[in-house]
Design a protein around this ligand. Structure first.
Ligand SMILES: Nc1ncnc2c1ncn2[C@@H]1O[C@H](COP(=O)(O)OP(=O)(O)O)[C@@H](O)[C@H]1O
Ligand SMILES: [Mg+2]
Length: 401
């Protein structure tokens, strides 16, 4: 197997996710899913695998929502995806779908203008049975219902899309309306697509953003599933497969040592490390402890780590400015000391925050840093630690004194 560093992996190259994917199909029978993990854990690869090989009785289609800038464009994209899921729908009910696309467009545009100053405008439009869009979007639902399969829409990076809505001029109220519309579409028996399921993939915490907007209910129909790092034996097997592919052999002890450096075996870092080890072997180095350590320092935490982790650092700016500063303070402390009890973090926080923030806010920030994969509680010591060794190594190197 050759190293693949960056794009989603497909087919044979997708390592160790079989049981997770089977579990997803089982769960999708009952409900839609919110799939969360930091970048590069393999969410997109898993979502594409669902669409590459759908279970019998299912059609499945993937799209990335990251670049979508307004609600109406999302609605259109969804209709396109429905067409893509089954090209025969195009000929059977092309007109129905076209009409539905127009209808959704009208609805979402109405949502966007109905936001301020008065949300009722949109709600009234919505209740008006004579209004064109209603009939039209019903025809989309009829079209999809007529299909004797179930349909899975795999939508990637929804949270990034919501941020983009805001940056491109949709007010919070408009985003809120969009979220309710989307939830109704998924769940309301009158409005919903009952034979459809959604799997929404996110690498940034959707919950934090939604709870700040008071809109957390709009995803309460989704089962939240975390895509974990690889299981230890899959991690080792992936490392071996990539090394084998390049004709490089590594002793068991050396493999373990390499994987220990990475910490939680995120597949991307195994690929990066394997690639670095292959390079070192080609340049004639013996892959002893020193060469392995050097490969880790230079390639994993160094060059590749830079682009990977910079994203963690930058995305803290999504927090309110005061929380951003406080989060940096707590993370710096954790990077330096390795671990900290809640009481220690609280005293650091309270000293800086003064009267501007209270204990509730502190708990909320800790929760958000956890759902965003910066920190976790180590169950063995009952204290907070960085979510992964590599992230801590990087933080210490670049953001500590
Ligand atoms: N199951 C896997 N087996 C092997 N490599 C993987 C796997 N999942 C992810 N990767 C590695 O991570 C990179 C990014 O995968 P991707 O699916 O795009 O992750 P995400 O969508 O979570 O950011 C891939 O290029 C590959 O290096
Ligand atoms: Mg992805």
């Amino acid at each position: 197997m050759r190293p693949i560093i960056g794009p989603p992996v497909r087919g044979e190259d997708l390592w160790g996710r079989g049981p997770f994917i089977n579990g997803l199909w089982e769960r999708l029978k009952g409900n839609s899913i919110h799939l969360v993990a930091p970048r590069r854990f393999g969410k997109t690869s898993v979502m594409r695998a669902l669409c590459d090989r759908p279970r019998e009785g299912w059609k499945a289609v993937y799209f990335n929502a990251e670049a979508i800038t307004e609600p109406v464009a999302f609605a259109r994209r969804l209709i396109d995806a429905a067409r893509q899921a089954d090209p025969s729908w195009r000929t059977v009910s092309a007109r129905g779908l076209e009409a539905a696309a127009e209808g959704l467009k009208a609805m979402v545009s109405a949502a966007a203008v109905g936001v301020s100053p008065d949300q009722r405008v949109w709600l009234e439009v919505r209740r008006d049975p004579k209004h064109e869009w209603e009939g039209r979007s019903r025809s989309l639902r009829r079209t999809l219902r007529k299909v004797d399969t179930r349909v899975l829409f795999a939508v990637d990076e929804l949270a990034v899309m919501l941020e983009r809505f805001r940056r491109h001029g949709t007010a919070d109220g408009g985003i809120d309306l969009f979220l309710h519309w989307f939830r109704d579409l998924r769940t309301d028996p009158a409005a919903g697509l009952e034979n459809c399921r959604f799997i929404l993939g996110n690498s940034i915490g959707l919950e934090g953003a939604l709870s700040r907007m008071g809109a957390i209910d709009t995803i309460n129909d989704l089962q939240r599933l975390v895509l974990d790092e690889l299981a230890p034996h899959d991690a080792e097997a992936l490392l071996v497969a990539v090394l084998d592919g390049a004709g490089v052999a590594l002793s068991r002890a050396a493999r373990r040592r390499a994987l220990d450096l990475i910490g939680p075996p995120v597949p991307f870092f195994i690929q990066v490390l394997a690639d670095a080890l292959v390079d070192a072997a080609r340049s004639g180095r013996r892959l002893g402890p020193e060469a392995i350590q050097a490969a880790y320092e230079q390639r994993v935490v160094g060059t590749h780590g830079q682009t990977y982790f910079q994203h963690y650092y930058d995305r803290l700016r999504r927090y309110e400015p005061i929380d951003h500063g406080l989060a940096l303070l707590l993370l710096r402390h954790l990077a330096e000391t390795g671990r900290a009890a809640t009481t220690t973090l609280w005293s650091i926080y309270a000293r800086r925050a003064g009267k501007r923030r209270g204990e509730e806010d502190f708990r909320r920030l800790l929760a958000e840093l956890q759902t965003d994969f910066y920190i976790r509680v180590d169950p063995k010591i009952g204290e907070y630690v960085f979510w992964s060794n590599i992230l801590r190594d990087w933080w210490r190197r670049h953001h500590c004194m």
